[in-house]
Write a protein of this length. Structure first.
Length: 144
């Protein structure tokens, strides 16, 4: 899918407590991360989004959607899938997610990706505005 521009919605995610999970059991976390990635990529694609980057920072995902409804539906589907997955008891997976809607061009999408990589959580990433555009939009967050 081509990266949409114009009025788009970004979905930013990361795994809550992942550092602790890695320290608890690297092998369990490695297996959980593979499944996490599969679930997120599938639900993002199924709801019309494009994954801009996996592993922007740590275990984060960054995706863009041409319509806010697709991003919200993907976020909900991701939370439901993550919540019903039988994760290893020592490394439970909880995903934080944030949405940001606003005007974006190809240049501002690239700048947003750089901005997201410098941020440690979806909340901070959703507040980071690229210098090449004025973001007129809204943001929200939800977590499992």
């Amino acid at each position: 899918m081509a990266v949409p521009t114009g009025n788009v919605t970004f979905l930013l995610t990361d795994i809550e407590g992942s550092t602790r999970n890695w320290e608890t059991s690297e092998s369990d976390m490695r297996a959980a991360l593979i499944r996490h990635d599969e679930l997120l990529a599938r639900h993002i694609r199924e709801h019309g989004g494009a994954v801009l980057t996996e592993r922007g920072e740590g275990d984060s995902f960054f995706a863009v959607f041409p319509m806010a409804s697709g991003a919200v539906a993907a976020g909900l589907a991701i939370q439901l899938a993550i919540g019903s997955e039988p994760w290893p008891e020592r490394t439970p997976i909880k995903v934080r997610a944030a949405l940001h809607t606003g005007e974006a061009s190809a240049t501002s999408v690239a700048a947003s990706m750089e901005c997201r990589w410098r941020s440690s959580s979806p909340r901070r990433g959703s507040r980071c505005s690229p210098p090449t555009t004025s973001w007129r939009g809204s943001r929200t967050g939800f977590a499992s």
